[in-house]
Design a protein around this ligand. Structure first.
Ligand SMILES: Cc1cc2nc3c(=O)[nH]c(=O)nc-3n(C[C@H](O)[C@H](O)[C@H](O)COP(=O)(O)OP(=O)(O)OC[C@H]3O[C@@H](n4cnc5c(N)ncnc54)[C@H](O)[C@@H]3O)c2cc1C
Length: 531
């Protein structure tokens, strides 16, 4: 029997930091288990052309170590996949983590053995391991979703999901390629592959608002300053609701006339980045204020895209700006001015089936060499459900969560003692600059484990009533936000058939959330069942 104090599932940003904390700070015998053949998580799997971070480089990473922060030099405003992977390898090496990671093993089930107070974990390579604490660092956007399209199994060409992009480069040169999906990844991949393919046909279900990234090389001065300002930046990231360096100003859209307002939008559009949504304090809160931003972006798209019919499809919005994940782009809209790019509106011309040679829609029969699915993820709950977790009294997670995900703080699940989640459903997670949320979670979990170990406790468990209260808090905040104005969004589980339709992440912002978590910790986890 192989026993560990703690097992961590996943070796992305979360898993790596949690391994360091458990092993080096708490002295727990710890193993991280990773399905991939290397570290990196999101940045290991998402190797598609154009894969890039939307958070600014000097804010996207670990801040727990001044040395690690200062010794790494980001060179671009928005780092690409290869750079982030390199950065994570640099951190992993500094902390000497690799020796305690089991790669190429996917956890296929995990069961709580009540009498032994141990978690039994099984991998797809027939390994059976046991631990006291099971920490799920499985990511919120790691369960790639390929929609169940009729005929896909008979398709004779090759198909790929952006989130499971092969390590070997995919030859797209002079090929006729379909791209299904126009979310964050779709918006990034299209301009890159349009440069090499013979023809690219993009299938759009819902258009997305996208802001220009305006990526650029960082100046020497900027690099010197971000390193010098380490403490300041670290503090700032903790203060803002999204864990970015920008916060939302007090000024309202309605403090300005049309001309003044447009000037502000124009300046932010030229500057690029996610900070566009912070032009005014009420864009993300008030539907009328939001309309001015949505209209501004729509006008920009109509101006960039030359073919009026295509421009109309790209602006046929069914949701307010920021009610779905905001995206950045580099020449996405310009891509539709290329002769080798075609847009298909799935609203008027839906996919009927995948044929042996391509895609049959209501109006057309397309032939493709390759199909790219940029169709996103079974977000937040998907990776956890696929662990086939069984808790106390044989409680299956899939049954407990059949109507909605039940967690307390997005970290613990009732009936699942000693099991922790990093950025789970019910935490701010995907609504933030994620590494900031990850550090907060890993540090909270570490402090909780330290408490349990120092008091020689066997187990900790949250209650159904805590989870119920937490769900109500999320619902109350979500109902008052613009997020619920989106007709369909993966924040609400709308992209996965059969998934409960509830708002999944915590929408109250990081500082408020952090305060709640801190109080729980200061009160020595009084609302938990501790044995
Ligand atoms: C394309 C893309 C772009 C993104 N851009 C941004 C951005 O700009 N800013 C931002 O803040 N966030 C962004 N994110 C979110 C990103 O996921 C987080 O920033 C961060 O990388 C999450 O780290 P993690 O370690 O929590 O999860 P992940 O990086 O997802 O790592 C989880 C790991 O767990 C492993 N795993 C899962 N299940 C199992 C299992 N059963 N057995 C074994 N191993 C398992 C996976 O293989 C994976 O390696 C983006 C996500 C995607 C997909």
């Amino acid at each position: 029997m192989t026993n560990f104090d703690s097992i961590i599932i996943g070796a992305g940003i979360s898993g790596l930091y949690q391994l360091h904390k458990c092993r080096d700070e708490l002295n727990l015998k710890t193993l991280a288990i990773e399905e991939g053949t290397d570290i990196g998580g999101t940045w290991y799997w998402n190797r598609y052309p154009g894969a890039r971070c939307d958070s600014e480089s000097h804010t996207y990473g670990y801040t727990f170590s001044k040395k690690i922060y200062k010794n790494w030099t980001w060179k671009e405003k928005f780092p690409n996949q290869a750079t982030i992977l390199k950065y994570l390898k640099y951190v992993e090496k500094k902390l000497n983590l690799r020796k305690d990671i089991l790669f190429n093993n996917k956890i296929i089930s995990a069961k709580y053995l009540e009498r032994k107070n141990l978690w039994q974990v099984k991998t797809n390579k027939n390994k059976v391991l046991f631990c006291k604490y099971l920490i799920c660092a499985v990511g919120s956007l790691s369960a790639a979703n390929i929609p169940k399209l009729r005929g896909l199994n008979k398709y004779e060409g090759k198909y790929y999901h952006t989130g499971r992009w092969p390590k070997k480069s995919v030859n797209l040169k002079d090929q006729v390629v379909a791209q299904i999906g126009t979310g964050s990844s779709g918006i990034q991949v299209a301009p890159e592959i349009a440069k090499v393919v013979k023809k690219l046909v993009i299938f759009q279900r819902t258009p997305n608002y996208s802001i220009p990234a305006r990526n650029k090389k960082l100046t020497k001065e900027f690099i010197i300053n971000f390193k010098k300002d380490y403490e300041k930046i670290k503090k700032l990231l903790k203060k803002t609701p999204g864990g970015h360096t920008f916060s939302f100003p007090n000024r309202s859209v309605f403090d300005f006339n049309n001309m003044e307002r447009n000037k502000i939008y124009e300046k932010a559009w030229i500057k690029g980045s996610l900070a566009f949504r912070a032009c005014f304090g009420d864009i993300t809160k008030n539907i009328k204020a939001n309309k001015t931003a949505s209209n501004f972006i729509e006008k920009k798209i109509l101006k960039i895209v030359k073919d009026k019919k295509v421009a109309k499809i790209l602006t046929n919005f069914d949701h307010p700006f920021t009610s779905k994940r905001p995206t950045l782009n580099t020449n996405y809209y310009e891509t539709f001015n290329k002769k080798n790019v075609q847009l298909v509106d799935l609203k008027s011309n839906p996919i009927i089936k995948i044929t042996k040679k391509g895609i049959k829609t209501k109006k057309n029969n397309f032939i493709f060499d390759k199909i790219i699915f940029a169709t996103g993820y079974d977000a937040l709950t998907g990776p956890l459900l696929s662990l086939k977790l069984v808790g106390k009294n044989q409680t299956k997670l899939k049954d407990l969560w059949s109507k909605k995900p039940k967690t307390y703080l997005g970290i613990m699940i009732p009936k699942f003692p000693n099991l922790f989640i990093v950025q789970g459903p019910g935490s701010p997670s995907v609504l933030t600059n994620v590494p900031v949320q990850i550090e907060q979670h890993v540090e909270w979990i570490t402090n909780c484990l330290r408490f349990l170990e120092s008091k020689k406790k066997k187990s900790i468990e949250t209650s159904l009533s805590s989870a119920k209260k937490w769900s109500s808090e999320i619902k109350k905040l979500a109902d008052a936000s613009l997020f619920m104005k989106a007709k369909s969004s993966w924040y609400k589980g709308d992209n996965i058939p059969g998934k409960p339709k509830v708002f999944i992440p915590y929408p109250g912002g990081l500082p408020r959330y952090r305060n709640i978590c801190n109080k729980v910790e200061i009160n020595q986890y009084k609302e938990f069942l501790i044995k």
